[in-house]
Design a protein around this ligand. Structure first.
Ligand code: ATP
Ligand code: MG
Length: 380
């Protein structure tokens, strides 16, 4: 039987755990065509949730377009994708699509023919960069008109929305807002992990997205339901583990779905022979994960300066403490605060650490401290 604990990509169907409440909540919002900002730290499962939500909405005859802003380097390509994906969500007939695209002003159709002769209608912009924004608005107006004509509710999901800043920022925000407010057939979900960026966009009175919709903070998967999911698969594979022992997986993984999946995946392989999972075996799992990813951590380690390394070692032992406190500095023999500040800033910039909204610092990848601990032991 294949390992049922998938990680790294999008998990679907029987491999997707719980999220029933979140799916139902988002569905309610989209049935009402609202605007929702979905925010969470990285690897909490936003993308997986959204792609599984689409399946659910489509079963209820809603049309859905999913756009990952990461994939589009400029407004031109974003405008093109948005127009193309929303149109295709609402109209499946290729001839009608082609006709529709031909009628657009700022976007011109690009037709490709596959080897087997199938015609594909795509969209490509025929405008200069300076007209890209008006093309985007044309695409949005087109989607609204088409949804009205088809008498369908359209849900537009924009993932990695904090990336919007890489386009010309505030101008595009204002243009998007004014268009979105006019629409009456489209619901939006804007999803992002750069919490400070996302929240600044929505909470800052001077910004265009201020109060355009509600913020939904995605938390971890509910432990009870997640534990049932894990137990169900273990049982299917003939494994046994005590309920209480399994709890450690969620503690070690800080309830981050990616971490939990990763630990379970390793547990499955590690216990393949005995099938009876013991507490000591569970404690070893994060170290196995860290060893598997060693080349990645080694690169990260080599990119750090000596003072950054010292700070990382200290933080790996003491994650809960504030690094500027006297206690922390004395205990680990580091300081002064100004040099700690410089190291922290650089580690934040590299994405090795992240700062919570409450101001504490954490490892972006929860297995990093296990790797640091492991190499510290091996070099001693
Ligand atoms: N409901 C779930 N069931 C099982 N695994 C999940 C679930 N949600 C997330 N995961 C695990 O977490 C990993 C990361 O999920 P996902 O990519 O959706 O997170 P994200 O919040 O979109 O992250 P990022 O902010 O980095 O884009 C998945 O590859 C999967 O292993
Ligand atoms: Mg994602």
């Amino acid at each position: 039987m294949e390992n049922p604990f998938k990680y790294g990509g999008v998990v679907r169907g029987p491999y997707f755990a719980d999220r029933r409440n979140e799916m139902n909540e988002l569905k309610r919002e989209m049935v009402n065509l609202n605007h929702v900002f979905l925010v969470s730290p990285r690897r909490f499962g936003k993308t997986c949730l959204l792609l599984n939500l689409i399946k659910m909405l489509e079963r209820d005859a809603m049309a859905c377009a999913y756009i990952d802003l990461n994939a589009f380097p400029d407004i031109k390509s974003f405008a093109s994708a948005l127009t193309s994906l929303t149109s295709k969500a609402l109209e499946t007939n290729k001839d009608k699509l082609l006709k529709m695209f031909a009628g657009l002003q700022k976007l011109r159709p690009k037709v490709t023919v596959d080897r087997d002769g199938t015609i594909n209608a795509g969209l490509e912009l025929a405008v200069d960069e300076k007209d890209a924004l008006s093309a985007l608005l044309e695409g949005m107006q087109h989607a609204e008109k088409l949804a009205a004509k088809k008498k369908k509710k359209l849900v537009v999901i924009i993932d990695e929305f904090s990336d919007l800043e890489k386009f010309n920022g505030q101008t595009i925000e204002r243009a998007l807002r004014s268009e979105i407010q006019k629409q009456t057939h489209i619901g939006y979900i804007f999803s992002g992990s750069e919490q400070s960026v996302m929240l600044a966009m929505i909470r800052d009175r001077t910004r265009a997205f201020y109060k355009l919709g509600r913020i939904m903070e995605l938390g971890p998967i509910e432990r009870g339901a997640y534990a049932d999911f894990v137990q169900k698969w273990l049982k299917k594979g003939g494994y046994t583990v005590k309920e209480d022992d399994l709890k450690r997986i969620f503690e070690i993984g800080n309830d981050v779905p990616y971490n939990v999946q990763r630990l379970c995946n390793v547990m499955w392989d590690d216990a393949m022979e005995t099938k009876a999972i013991k507490p000591a075996q569970i404690e070893k799992l994060p170290v196995i994960v860290a060893q598997q990813d060693s080349p990645h951590y080694e690169m990260l380690w080599h990119s750090a300066s000596q003072s950054q390394k010292i700070l990382l070692i200290a933080l790996s032992k003491d994650q809960t403490v504030k690094p500027f406190s006297k206690d922390f500095q004395l205990k680990h023999g580091i300081g002064p605060s100004s040099s700690i500040k410089a190291s922290l800033d650089s580690l934040l910039k590299k994405g090795i650490l992240f700062k919570t909204l409450q101001g504490s610092y954490h490892f972006t990848d929860g297995f990093t401290p296990y790797w640091i601990d492991y190499i510290m032991k091996t070099i001693r």
